[in-house]
Design a protein around this ligand. Structure first.
Ligand code: 5GP
Ligand code: ZN
Length: 111
């Protein structure tokens, strides 16, 4: 948790505009967008990745996911979006605090 950039953003130690916030999650824009619109949905609880998720954290992630369809309309993603979670080195996970990428705002390339 120390030196976790997302914990610092959540705590307000690093300023970052919030496009949504409730008691369990914030939504910010990615610093280096990989699409016209690129948001990060970040649960406020710190845990690194899926493989470390306990039951309570899994329920938080479930509720975060359930908020995405409604949020997407408000975030300019009504035309569709891609939902990505990078897990571990092979996926290129760089921040060890679980987060959900939302990409859209344009026609996305196949991958
Ligand atoms: P990962 O590769 O771990 O799935 O995604 C981490 C993402 O966080 C990257 O796309 C990176 O651009 C973004 N990121 C890293 N540091 C910051 C930051 O300080 N602010 C914001 N808004 N995004 C960040
Ligand atoms: Zn963290």
């Amino acid at each position: 948790m120390e030196n976790c950039v997302f914990c610092k953003i959540i705590a307000g130690e690093i300023p970052s505009p919030r496009y949504f916030e409730d008691e369990e999650m914030i939504v910010i824009k990615d610093l280096e967008p990989k699409a016209k619109l690129h948001y990060l949905c970040i649960p406020k609880v710190h845990f690194a990745r899926f493989s470390e998720m306990n039951e309570e954290q899994a329920n938080i992630v479930k509720r975060c996911c359930q908020k995405i369809p409604n949020l997407a309309h408000k975030l300019g993603l009504a035309g569709g979006y891609r939902v990505i979670v990078n897990q571990g080195d092979d996926a290129g996970q760089t921040v060890q605090h679980l987060h959900i990428h939302l990409l859209g705002g344009e026609k996305l390339k196949d991958f």
